[in-house]
Write a protein of this length. Structure first.
Length: 109
């Protein structure tokens, strides 16, 4: 797992929300206004992420893709809806399905 050395990039990485970032800051004892991390802070942050079993960036995307492929393989109705870019959770398909189609299409490979 690769964590960026800049503090601003850590908050923008996938899988870290504002809440989890605040928890990581408290556990790692990093000041909020610091821009760059020292090697000690970086290693402490990495250990805390590893200890909390967090999945980040590319690993998170591959996990989502594997989960969606599992729906295809089992031949669930949800997998059928994902495969054909239809909304999954009961939205209307005639008019209001554009956002659901956009969100479902992001992670399908």
């Amino acid at each position: 797992m690769n964590l960026p050395s800049s503090f601003n990039l850590i908050s923008k990485s996938k899988g870290i929300s504002k809440y989890t970032l605040s928890i990581l800051i408290l556990l790692s004892r990093i000041h909020i206004n610091s821009r760059f991390l020292t090697t000690q802070q970086y290693s402490e942050l990495y250990n805390n992420v590893y200890r909390l079993f967090m999945i980040l960036n590319k690993n998170l995307l591959t996990k989502h893709i594997k989960d969606k492929k599992k729906f295809f393989d089992i031949k669930l109705w949800k997998g059928f809806r994902l495969k054909h870019n239809l909304p999954i959770h009961g939205q209307r398909t005639k008019t209001n399905s554009k956002t659901a189609k956009k969100l479902n299409n992001i992670l399908i490979v």
